[in-house]
Design a protein around this ligand. Sequence first.
Ligand code: URA
Length: 202
Amino acid sequence: MTMHEMEARCRKAAGETWPEKTVVFGEGNEHHPAVMLIGEAPGEQESLQGRPFVGKAGKNLDQFLDVLQLNRWDIRISNVVKIRPTKISPKGRMSNRPPTKEEIAFFAPYLYEEILLVQPRMLVTLGNTALHAIVGDATIGSCHGQVMQTVIKAGDTEAGFSVFPLYHPASIIYNRGLAQVYQEDLLILRRVLEQGEPSFFE
Ligand code: URA
């Protein structure tokens, strides 16, 4: 299975279920990058442009890359859910909402296949949705800023990966105290990447 074939399958299945939605697939380095960044779901700009992390989240991404001294195309960038979850406000405006369990369950198998194809050295999850999809029942408050281990399975393939959970940068906007925690976590991640975290079964 190539990335191209997998993306086509994901687009076809999502198009049948949500014909009105744009599918925003992962992009970037698909050959063993230092980092695969996993967000929750595309927002408005991402859905309009068909690319992950290009709106406000793109600004946060630039800062993330700056601290880690990496370029956007050095890493893989993806989301758990690959369509923009929306709701209509009482005033009739379209806005973002958290993805439903059904949306997450629909897209998670494609994320696992993507991870197994990409084989990143470190999975970096942003927020609880990505954390739960990757390591199961952990909460971000107790495991952010440290390296965890997980096993990713898709079909009859499985492999172990290191995971570094971060708060979602969007949550920092609503909770100023988290801004400093997020910065500290980024510096820890930089050190971990510089030192070369031992791989899963070492
Ligand atoms: N944009 C994305 O692509 N992912 C997020 O998690 C947030 C904004």
